[in-house]
Design a binder for this molecule. Structure first.
Ligand SMILES: NC(=O)c1ccc[n+]([C@@H]2O[C@H](COP(=O)([O-])OP(=O)(O)OC[C@H]3O[C@@H](n4cnc5c(N)ncnc54)[C@H](O)[C@@H]3O)[C@@H](O)[C@H]2O)c1
Ligand SMILES: [Zn+2]
Length: 711
């Protein structure tokens, strides 16, 4: 965000207009559609930017400023309801100073002395959606959502299905007319169970409706046309205020809330009333620490001036009361308990520690796992199961542990396993590496699963309909263990038809999708084998040069021979020798951007007899066409070209790629079969040979002309 003081008026006006539109759009998505596009922290950042600009350019404040608006106008099919008393939002603060300033503002407004005590209630700010309940003569007659504060939606039938909400108030002195306001929410455990149920009920679990967090689930469940749907959703309610009333049962906020509780409505058991800033902050800290363990999500603590006559005098500004403030928790961070540390085994055998957490909502998303990266990271944080930790989620980044609050508690450190938790092979840390790997290779079932999953993935063979669940199922049945087996699945067609969840159509679609990949792209196949360091791009670069998978295995054989023959020279240091060998391997491969790590990985793969079997077996099932780069007809199509000497405007590899694209073959040495030599400065013996054989020789500029002419 640009510093507002650096902006011109025109820039500021423009930015304010864009922010108003953008924020209004997110309000609609969040409040009306229950489908936010961005995290709360990102939304809050937009609002903060808007407010900073409005403060710097008060004369540019727009009539449609986001600060004048509550929620969003409802557009659902539900009947609309006008609120007799507007339903407001709340001002908010993050720092303790914001709260001190709030109290000072209240004193100034009421013209109280600077040190006059101001009693304030404090209670959790539940992350649900606002709901108004009208009781007439104690009977529930109408329930409405907040909408844009003026117009809400009639959700009476829906609300009648919520067990927390009494149909009729009981107890002492219930006024004739009393509108209770509070929060409809979903408990965290119920939210997890609901998402699981929606996934189980869907035809295609991957396309099942899933709610991002309990707030969205609560809003989506309450605002239903069909109240039977609401009834099937585990909603709850907590009262936190009131609207239109015929009589107020007490003179303080706390007193009225106690009366409401007395009539049978749920009120937070963490509602308190104190009269110093220190006591408020202490209550805030206690709630923050307990946050992850509360059964529902909260995003802060709400403070309200306790005396109702003062509330009356303070009144409202724009969209919020002057007598209340929400003290919010930092949106992107939360505390929780690290319940356990699991070790996952990846495709290449890497052991990754994953922290299992008591689920906590961070920035609008429920977080129950964090990656702990590796053994070093666990040691750095000093984390052990049972520790209280701070997790952070910024943007789309995977949640991270940023602090361990109980690292000083005496407890034994976490022992990183020295064996694979799945196949029990030894797990080792290679020299100079941070990762610890299972040495079980293809005998390790975890690696086997991950390798198969990788083999059929989008960027590799892209076999549609062969998802994780099916792979696991076939693995368990012993039908597949390595890639070639996938192409033999058709022999299990009859058995598969007899299994639950497999209909004739889905079986035949799957088998057809497999058959369609009998002539796969060679680069995808190579990438799909999951050899270390061979990503999709490297696989393609290698095949551009080596054309076929036979070419690749020959390359590997060459590297193995090179490694076997290499030995340190007399007195040569080990590290020197390694550098020299690595250089030789990279040169031998001869492909730009492909280094010795790839060469070693290829050699290691082919050095292992089991892998060679897997490879050969696969090549019996599939026959990838030769890797031909798409060519353009040109003056050199079908000819053999040799580049020699120094090229000035491009690398040797680029020149070769150009030749291939033009349908020419780039050769390394001049022979009778050479048609053309492209010579740069410093060309030596090859130039002489060409002259001797009477072969055409051109310079780089002439070559560039040929390339250009081909377009
Ligand atoms: N991700 C997005 O795209 C997106 C878009 C819009 C809003 N939001 C989020 O929604 C929030 C703004 O929404 P808002 O205007 O409803 O304000 P708010 O939710 O921050 O505060 C007002 C609401 O708090 C509720 N509340 C809960 N406990 C309460 C208590 N004890 N006492 C009084 N009220 C209590 C009330 O329903 C009240 O309407 C922000 O946190 C923002 O991050 C996100
Ligand atoms: Zn293993």
């Amino acid at each position: 965000m640009t510093d507002p003081t650096q902006m011109t008026e025109a820039e500021a006006a423009n930015r304010l207009m864009r922010l108003a539109r953008e924020i209004a759009r997110h309000n609609r998505l969040y409040h009306d559609q229950d489908e936010p596009e961005i995290a709360d922290a990102d939304y809050d950042a937009l609002v903060r930017e808007n407010n900073a600009l409005e403060a710097a350019f008060p004369h540019l404040i727009r009539s449609d400023s986001p600060n004048a608006q509550v929620g969003a106008a409802p557009t659902s099919a539900l009947r609309k309801v006008q609120h007799a008393v507007r339903m407001m939002s709340l001002d908010n603060g993050f720092a303790d100073e914001d709260i001190a300033e709030f109290i000072a503002r209240v004193r100034r407004f009421l013209a109280l002395p600077e040190d006059a005590p101001v009693a304030l209630t404090a209670e959790p700010k539940i992350d649900g959606l606002s709901c108004s309940l009208h009781y007439e003569k104690g009977e529930l007659v109408l329930a409405a959502t907040r909408g844009d504060g003026t117009t809400g939606e009639d959700v009476t039938a829906n609300v009648r299905t919520i067990p927390d909400i009494p149909q009729r108030l009981t107890g002492q002195a219930v006024p004739d007319l009393f509108e209770v306001r509070g929060e409809v929410y979903m408990a965290k455990a119920d939210f997890v169970a609901l998402n699981a149920r929606l996934a189980a009920e869907a035809d295609d679990p991957e396309k099942a409706r899933q709610f991002a967090n309990p707030r969205n689930a609560a809003a989506g469940s309450l605002r239903q046309k069909d109240a039977a749907v609401t009834a099937s959703r585990p909603l709850r309610f907590l009262a936190h205020g009131w609207g239109e009333v015929s009589a107020v049962p007490a003179e303080t906020q706390l007193g009225v809330m106690q009366a409401i509780a007395g009539w049978g409505l749920p009120v937070s058991d963490r509602l308190t009333c104190v009269d110093t800033l220190e006591a408020l902050i202490a209550h805030y800290r206690a709630i923050e620490a307990a946050r992850a363990d509360l059964p529902f999500d909260i995003d802060g603590v709400v403070y309200k001036v306790d005396r109702l006559d003062w509330q009356q005098r303070l009144g409202f500004v724009a969209k919020a009361p002057r007598w209340a403030i929400a003290h919010k928790f930092p949106a992107e961070r939360a505390q929780t308990t690290l319940e356990s540390i699991d070790i996952q085994v990846g495709r290449t055998g890497k052991l990754t520690p994953v922290g299992r957490l008591t689920p906590v909502t961070v920035g609008g998303v429920v977080v129950s796992n964090v990656t702990l990266h590796n053994a070093d990271e666990i040691e750095r944080l000093g984390v052990r199961p049972g520790d209280r930790i701070v997790v952070q989620r910024a943007g789309d980044v995977i949640p991270q542990v940023v602090d361990n609050l109980t690292r000083d508690e005496p407890r034994t450190p976490f022992a990183f396993p020295d064996h694979c938790p799945v196949c029990h092979s030894e797990a080792v840390r290679e020299e100079g590496e941070v990762d610890i790997r299972c040495t079980g290779g293809l005998i390790c079932p975890a690696q086997r699963f991950e390798r198969l999953r990788h083999f059929v993935s989008r960027a590799a063979l892209d076999i549609e309909g062969l998802g994780e669940k099916s792979i696991q199922e076939f693995l368990d049945l012993g039908w597949i263990a390595e890639p070639a087996d996938i192409f033999r699945l058709k022999s299990h067609r009859a058995d598969l038809l007899g299994r639950e969840g497999w209909k004739e159509k889905s079986v035949d679609n799957l088998l057809a999708a497999i058959e369609a990949k009998r002539q796969p792209d060679a680069a995808r196949l190579l990438f799909g084998l999951g050899i270390r360091h061979i990503g999709a791009v490297t696989a393609r670069d290698l095949l551009r040069r080596y054309m076929t998978l036979e070419g690749i295995s020959a390359l590997a054989a060459g590297i193995i021979a090179l490694r076997d023959a290499a030995a340190p020279a007399e007195g040569e240091e080990e590290s020197r020798f390694r550098n020299r060998l690595d250089k030789a391997i990279a040169e031998y491969i001869g492909v730009e951007n492909v280094g010795s790590a790839v060469g070693h990985a290829l050699a290691d793969f082919f050095h292992e007899p089991h892998n060679v079997d897997v490879w050969n077996d696969l090549l019996r099932e599939v026959s990838p066409p030769d890797y031909l780069v798409e060519t353009t007809a040109s003056a050199v199509t079908g000819k053999t070209v040799v580049f020699t000497g120094k090229l000035e405007t491009m690398s040797r590899d680029e020149a070769k790629a150009q030749a291939e694209r033009l349908g020419a073959k780039a050769a390394g040495s001049v022979s009778a079969r050479t048609d053309l030599v492209v010579a740069g400065p410093g060309a030596g013996s090859k130039l002489k040979q060409a002259a001797a054989l009477g072969i055409d020789v051109i310079d780089e500029a002439a070559w560039a002309e040929i390339v250009k002419a081909a377009g």
